[in-house]
Design a protein around this ligand. Structure first.
Ligand code: HEC
Length: 139
């Protein structure tokens, strides 16, 4: 009788380990900038427009800050946080290999920064536009 009870327990234990391993690889979210752009574009259902991305990035939206306040209007160079003064690496992937390679990080900062600048989250189309613009910069 004991065996009959402990076997399913062991099985569910193994399942939990497998599930947390799968969870871990999902948490890492390793992607390329091109894959993230394709994802946002698919979500938006319209082609990305780099010029619209530049405009979103360099203008204010009814508040004190634009994206460029911290990232500068030139995403090939390091920016500086508008309130803490901390250095921020370039956003253009060709000038910073870590950029847009972790979808969880990208999502977290889009959420936080769009809220700071626009008082709302950016839409998938807006994220696609910004990323498409950042990808136009070549070394
Ligand atoms: C108050 C300063 C500030 C403003 C304003 C700001 N950002 Fe950022 N942003 C940061 C910081 C800090 C990070 C995280 C540090 C890092 O990744 O170097 C970051 C990271 C990001 C990332 C993460 C990129 C990646 O590596 O995947 C994106 C995307 C981003 N910002 C977009 C924007 C956009 C779009 C706007 C305007 C809507 C904006 N930011 C406005 C400070 C700012």
């Amino acid at each position: 009788m004991r065996k009959l009870i402990s076997l399913p327990r062991m099985a569910s234990c193994a399942w939990l380990v497998a599930a947390s391993c799968a969870g871990f690889s999902l948490m890492a979210h390793a992607v390329t900038p091109a894959e993230q752009l394709a994802g946002y574009t698919a979500q938006a259902g319209v082609p990305a427009q780099p010029q619209r991305g530049q405009q979103l990035f360099t203008t204010t939206h009814g508040k004190a800050w634009s994206c460029a306040s911290c990232h500068t209007a030139q995403p090939t160079v390091a920016g500086k946080h508008a309130s803490t003064g901390k250095s921020i690496g370039p956003l253009a992937p060709a000038f910073n290999a870590e950029r847009f390679t972790d979808s969880a990080k990208t999502e977290k900062w889009f959420r936080r920064n769009c809220n700071d600048v626009m008082s709302r989250e950016c839409t998938a189309a807006e994220k696609a536009d910004v990323l498409a613009w950042l990808l136009t910069f070549k070394p």
